[in-house]
Design a protein around this ligand. Structure first.
Ligand SMILES: Cc1cc2nc3c(=O)[nH]c(=O)nc-3n(C[C@H](O)[C@H](O)[C@H](O)COP(=O)(O)O)c2cc1C
Ligand code: SF4
Length: 722
């Protein structure tokens, strides 16, 4: 059998897990506004169980909604009325053979709700822009920070009860275990942390005092749920903050929790103050946190779960077989592909859609935007519509123009559904804007998705035409055309000679002008030592990272108040550290030769030979000496789309050719097109495909109309005489 250790059972307290794959808690923020289990919760967790994960720990569920919800639509377990919904949730996973648990989490200072009178271990003003509980900042408003007040002893004691009552409800609902969230700076973690806990009473100071609150909760749960009901604890093995928990205290914590009767340890890393380690962006390599489980296993007998950036079944098998961990924990990987376990079991490893750690869907578009769960590369994540995807009985001929992520995803889904797809790409390789990021240090994981979708298109026998930009006449023969032509850089109006301005597409000074990604070759521009990047699209962050890494002295000028405001926050956090010649926690990249200088609320007013004139918001002007100016301003490529519309061809537009954005939007719009293409090809007056019309309306729109009703005609039909 492939991966024998991965698919071997394990005893965890009183329960036997069918295999070693654990869904580590992920708050999918998809419950009803009152915290009741939703159909989306059921669908999502059922999908993960169907995919073969052996043990599913449902994400953050609050024991007290009144004083803390980590996200605006997290689950709630603070009343008996939540038990029936939780029972349906447990059943949705048991049905597919999985064991399941609920993670109880009081967010404390990091709560999204309530916004005021927020409880924490310690009084403080909090500014954590990458947290779902961050103070809401309206457009252009200044950040003032969120005020946190120290919980009183009475409140701590009440919370001990509330935690254990919630655990009892979890047990009543049929879950096999309960987990306490004591990681990432949330309430229990804040009490346990030597870095965050500033209390001087018996809940602060020494290690023993800091452990008092979580140990009281464990004790109380044991009293309510029985000594055999398994309790897991998730804590940050190291906090990666100055004076925070280090490896020594991480191990001591494991010893104390085992002694307290905990059934398993779910080892996480970092806090909201060290978000790189907590929610590892792309730069973090696979298995960087395995060392913690390896060290912990040497001192405890209870099972240990390791997680963080685990993506390959081969790697998971290896660390299990070598005895470095008992269980492997996957969070984002199961958002990107809930069928990871069953694909591994059947040896279909190449068809696993590996999570690229972009955080664009799950963090940015879900938790930060206060929306239900999303994934940048899996439009089906949290969206039951894809589960009902149907194969067509009457295929239509579809032309997709543009082989970037939107076009490729549209081609993939439409083709899976049986439509006849031709995919045109004017370059020599599929990938579109993704091809430019292959050289950006730390962004190599983007290639995983690119390779995956290209393989899928080949397996599906999509008719791919590279190095070909089709004309309107060629496209007339198709039933439907999808324009996915993307965006291109341009130079805004400015005084001076703009012919010297370099498009960002030509600034990536790759030594290989022609390579696997660009077999047809591409135009490259050799840049001088001092480079001014002008503009603020995603291209600007990537181009800056690349140029600074090869030793250029980079200045970024943006008209915006804040640079890269649309970039995913944790990646921006890592990037800012790199701009200052440092690095995010755990990482140790070679520092840039020069810091990257970012000038906001400013534009380029004039381009001169060897310099530029910058103009700020107050109209003040300064001159800056530079060797090259690179434009990162981008706009949609709409030429073909407009020509097709004028020619009366059925055409729809998706991705960056609507408005330049990121991978999440491209994949989502491409997938939605693939899902909607319908044999009837009807469009509403807004230009949207109609694929879900009520049967009678569909018939009214498609069948031949007879003569209009008149009494005379009806009489004729029934043969009556007047
Ligand atoms: C959208 C999202 C929600 C998360 N929710 C939780 C949670 O509820 N509880 C928790 O302990 N960790 C949570 N995490 C952290 C993950 O469990 C995991 O530790 C982290 O994403 C790194 O592991 P991965 O690379 O397998 O995703 C969340 C992470 C993400 C991206
Ligand atoms: S959005 Fe990105 S990080 Fe999140 S699950 Fe999807 S691929 Fe992974």
């Amino acid at each position: 059998m492939a991966f024998p250790t991965l698919f071997s059972p394990l005893q965890l307290g009183s329960i036997e897990l069918p295999n070693r794959i654990v869904h580590v808690p992920t708050d999918i923020s998809s419950s009803h506004a009152d915290g009741e289990v939703s159909e989306r919760d059921i669908h999502h967790h059922g999908d993960i169980a169907r995919g073969g994960t052996g043990f599913i720990i449902v994400g953050a569920t609050t024991p007290d909604m009144k004083t803390g919800r980590p996200t605006v639509t997290c689950l709630v377990a603070d009343g008996d009325n939540y038990v029936p919904g939780l029972a349906r949730l447990a059943e949705s996973m048991h049905r597919y053979g999985a064991k399941c648990a609920v993670q109880l989490q009081h967010p404390g200072r990091q709560c999204a709700i309530p916004r005021y009178n927020t409880l924490g271990a310690t009084d403080r003003v909090l500014k954590l822009p990458w947290s779902a509980g961050h103070e809401i900042i309206y457009e252009n408003a200044d950040e003032k920070g969120k005020e946190i007040r120290e919980a009183s002893i009475a409140e701590i004691l009440e919370l001990v009860d509330l935690f254990s009552e919630a655990a009892w409800r979890v047990k009543q609902a049929g879950f096999d275990a309960v987990e306490l969230h004591a990681a990432h700076g949330y309430l229990l973690s804040e009490f346990m942390s030597p870095y965050l806990n500033m209390r001087t009473d018996r809940f602060g100071g020494s290690f023993e005092n800091r452990m008092r609150f979580p140990l009281a909760v464990i004790d109380s749960i044991k009293k309510k749920c029985g000594r055999n009901y398994p309790i897991l604890v998730r804590y940050s093995f190291e906090e990666w903050c100055p004076g925070g928990r280090d490896m020594e205290e991480g191990l001591e914590t494991a010893r104390v929790l085992e002694r307290a009767g905990v059934a398993a340890l779910d080892l996480s890393q970092g806090m909201q103050e060290s978000p790189g380690a907590g929610f590892d962006p792309m730069q973090y390599p696979q298995g960087w946190a395995t060392y913690a489980a390896e060290a912990t296993k040497k001192i405890v007998k209870i099972p240990v779960i390791t997680s963080h950036s685990l993506r390959d079944p081969e790697y998971c098998e290896q660390i299990l077989a070598e005895g470095k961990t008992d269980l492997v924990g996957l969070a984002r990987q199961l958002l990107a592909d809930p069928y990871w376990p069953v694909k591994a079991k059947y040896g279909k490893v190449r068809s696993i859609r590996k999570c690229i750690s972009c955080l664009g869907g799950c963090w940015q578009e879900s938790l930060m935007a206060k929306h239900e769960i999303q994934c940048s590369i899996n439009a089906a994540c949290g969206n039951p519509a894809y589960a009902d995807m149907q194969r067509t009985t009457r295929p239509v001929k579809v032309a997709v123009v543009g082989g970037g992520p939107a076009g490729m995803e549209a081609a993939r889904i439409a083709s899976e559904r049986g439509h006849l797809v031709t995919l045109y790409e004017k370059a020599g390789e599929l990938g579109g804007a993704m091809l430019y990021v292959c050289m950006v240090p730390g962004k190599e994981k983007m290639r995983w998705y690119l390779d995956w979708i290209r393989d899928q298109l080949l397996d599906l026998n999509v008719d791919i035409r590279l190095n070909h930009a089709p004309t309107v006449d060629e496209l007339r023969g198709f039933d439907l055309v999808l324009n996915a032509t993307g965006a291109r850089s341009y130079v805004p109006e400015v005084v001076g000679d703009t012919s010297t301005v370099v498009p960002f597409e030509e600034a990536m000074a790759c030594p290989k002008v022609a390579c696997e990604c660009h077999p047809g070759g591409r135009k490259m521009h050799k840049l001088g030592a001092r480079v001014l990047l002008w503009g603020d699209h995603y291209a600007a962050t990537d181009t800056a990272a690349w140029l600074a890494d090869i030793g250029k002295q980079v200045t970024i000028v943006t008209e915006n108040r804040e640079f890269a405001a649309e970039t995913e926050v944790i990646h921006l956090y890592v990037l800012r550290k790199r701009f200052e010649q440092g690095d995010a926690e755990v990482l140790s990249s070679r520092p840039y030769k020069h810091p990257v200088n970012v000038i906001t609320s400013t534009t380029v007013a004039e381009i001169r030979e060897g310099s530029v004139v910058l103009q700020g918001q107050d109209f003040g002007r300064t001159e800056l000496e530079v060797d090259d100016v690179v434009t990162c301003h981008v706009r949609p490529e709409l030429g073909l789309f407009e020509e097709l519309r004028a020619a009366g061809v059925h055409v729809l537009n998706v991705g960056d050719s609507v408005r330049p954005r990121n991978l999440y939007h491209a994949v989502r719009e491409g997938s939605a097109f693939g899902l909607a293409v319908d044999e009837h090809l009807l469009f509403n007056p807004n230009g949207a495909i109609l694929d879900d019309l009520p049967m009678d309306v569909l018939a009214q729109l498609t069948r031949e109309e007879g003569p209009a009703y008149t009494t005379k005609r009806m009489m004729e039909l029934i043969g009556a005489t007047g």
